[in-house]
Design a protein around this ligand. Structure first.
Ligand code: ATP
Ligand code: MN
Ligand code: MN
Length: 390
């Protein structure tokens, strides 16, 4: 028998933080299908299944070519029996019954639109769904007791579910930069999150704010927020104070995924670009209140279009000594972060957070002033932001 073309077996490491995962990849048909199942597992509060599907997706994203047959998957990590079954069906029939059924299910659709409301998590959405609510307009009509975040989430539902473009992120960068400089000259802002990984759109814009002189950043955020408010640039904001404390015994257990930086989750009011002779002109910041006056809670649901757009912005303040950890922690992707922490704990007996790295064996903090140093402490090859799209 003539040997066929030599099969090229791809090998990949088991942790997403050991692999390069670019933004563009070759298996979107498979990953989009598996992401539906991951999302559905999240809606059912089945975290194990949610992570399992996400790990499978991230392996497919890291492959240098499209999967054509099941043999191509040989030797790859993280592809469980369930994921393989779905992949096989898609390779054979072009689609997966389970994915199609999920997409059409009332529960999935309702959970998807209800969790799409800013301030609404899976638990709340599930309760509303069981009370018969399926869409944001149902919630608005139902007279549910809503917190401030959820009220804003309903009010700006359409805008907040419209992807933020890189151009809009750049305009917001300039606004934030200007206000931060006015409050504390010398302070520095850094764009993090998906945009730092090279994404062209995102669900929000994430910034780190720091100052090269340790301690100068203290008390900065309330001033920044108040200046933004004075300029009419904020539609919503919730500021939380820094509550990070370092102890000799290392980080508190269990280490939380949430960090403790001074932060502000906000919604910016961004003026839309005017129709002008130069269509490339970037959008300008809104500097005045909308002349329309009071906003109806359902304005956006009714589809009325304003001359501004609501955009989610996260501002996080970090002391410069923690900057590298904050940068690594806020650049994402979410799965990449999770895998970094898992690697640190399981393989290195270390605890990684967005504040610090602690060596549990030697009982000491490992300092770092760059992401490269943190990867080195962890015994990992450095992965640049644009290849952390796990
Ligand atoms: P998108 O483009 O959809 O915004 P993203 O990757 O920027 O994608 P975000 O939800 O904005 O996603 O989160 C950016 C990073 O910040 C993620 O790595 C996430 O782990 C981290 N992060 C988000 N919220 C918190 C939080 N409350 N505490 C700590 N880290 C967080
Ligand atoms: Mn983001
Ligand atoms: Mn964010």
């Amino acid at each position: 028998l003539e040997p066929g073309p030599k099969a090229v077996m791809i090998t990949l490491n088991g942790y997403a933080c050991q692999r390069r995962t670019p933004l563009q990849h070759h298996n979107t048909v498979l990953t989009e299908a598996l992401l539906v199942l991951a999302e559905n597992a999240e809606f059912c509060e089945d975290e194990g299944r949610n992570i399992a599907f996400k790990r499978a997706v991230s392996v497919l994203k890291a492959l240098p070519q499209a999967v054509r047959k099941m043999g191509d998957l040989q030797g790859l990590p993280c592809l469980g029996e369930h994921s393989q079954r779905v992949i096989k069906e898609i390779l054979e029939d072009g689609k997966s019954r389970e994915v199609e059924t999920t997409l059409q299910s009332e529960q999935y659709q309702a959970m998807k639109s209800l969790t799409g409301i800013f301030g609404v998590g899976v638990k709340t959405a599930d309760r509303w769904f069981r009370e018969g609510l399926q869409q944001p307009s149902d919630v608005a009509r139902s007279g549910q007791r809503l917190n401030h975040a959820q009220q804003a989430g309903l009010q700006y539902y359409n805008d907040l579910n419209t992807p933020v473009t890189k151009a809009e992120a750049d305009v917001i960068s300039r606004i934030v930069e200007g206000v931060v400089q006015e409050v504390l000259p010398g302070a520095e802002i850094t764009l993090t999150g998906g945009f730092r990984r090279g994404k062209q759109t995102g669900h929000d814009v994430d910034f780190l704010i720091s100052h090269p002189e340790e301690g100068r950043e203290e008390g900065l955020l309330p001033k920044v927020v108040s200046l933004l408010e004075t300029q009419g640039l904020l539609l919503y904001q919730k500021t939380t104070r820094n509550s990070y404390l370092e102890t000799k015994e290392g980080p508190a257990r269990p280490p939380s995924n949430m960090d403790r930086f001074e932060r502000c989750f906000s919604i910016f009011k961004l003026e839309r670009p005017r129709h002008s002779t130069s269509p490339e002109e970037p959008p300008q910041a809104a500097c005045e209140e909308s002349p329309r006056g009071e906003d109806s809670a359902l304005e956006q649901l009714a589809g009325e279009r304003q001359d501004w757009k609501a955009v989610r912005v996260d501002l996080v303040v970090t002391p410069v000594s923690q900057f590298a950890f904050a940068l690594l922690g806020w650049t994402g992707s979410q799965l990449f972060e999770r895998e970094l922490r898992r690697w640190a704990g399981q393989e290195k007996n270390m605890s990684l957070s967005s504040h610090a790295l602690f060596d549990n064996k030697r009982k000491q903090y490992l300092r770092a002033s760059s992401e490269e140093e943190i990867f080195a402490h962890l015994g990992l090859e450095y992965i640049p932001p644009c290849e952390r799209n796990a």
